[in-house]
Design a protein around this ligand. Sequence first.
Ligand code: AMP
Length: 219
Amino acid sequence: MKSIIFIAPPAAGKGTQSKLISKKYNIPHISIGDLLRYSINSEDESSKKINEYMEKGLLVSDDIILNLLKNRLKQQDCISGYILDGFPRNVNQAKEYDKLLEKLDKDLGLVILLDIDKEILKNRIVGRLSCNKCGSVYNELIKETKPKNVGLCDKCNLKLSKRIDDNEETFEMRYNTYLKETEPLINYYDDKGCLYRVNANINADLIFKEIQSIIGSSI
Ligand code: AMP
């Protein structure tokens, strides 16, 4: 199984697709945003800085990210492939990742671009809620994915929480960061011949079908 990188603006569905791929192909889903959130310990200074950057929708420093990733990729479950959700986020990270792959004697794999309209993203972000216990994600503004009872997880019946960076102001910031820092990766990977474009304006099941056919054609 090849590893998979997602390039996508905030809330394009890379987390959802990563979970589906992880389950079907039995490879780990590595979410850099989650690794950052777990690594934050409110007491120390560097955590405060990370938190501040995340709240503002800015990118955390490349050194911190690369360190987290290196440690994660050393783990046994990454041997036969993995999904990178949220990395690389800029060209420097992509170049550093190329060097790391060379050291680890691993292939780059597939790079999947989730192409989606900005207005759809804004609604997804502003209404997004998730369950801290089981990880289920809902949206209070979208009929199909509303929780059955307002503010409560359908599975655990516990109160759903909102990410600190899921608001309109931070969305604009995160989207602009995407355009400025992450979008240049499209040309970077297109030039290497490993970029696949997927229309992500459709529902998650159809997107997943499209991704499965890309994976199938590359095996
Ligand atoms: P995500 O969960 O992927 O939406 O990421 C949430 C936030 O974590 C981003 O807005 C950034 O502040 C930070 N972050 C996640 N991945 C990276 C990365 N590769 N480089 C720098 N910052 C990141």
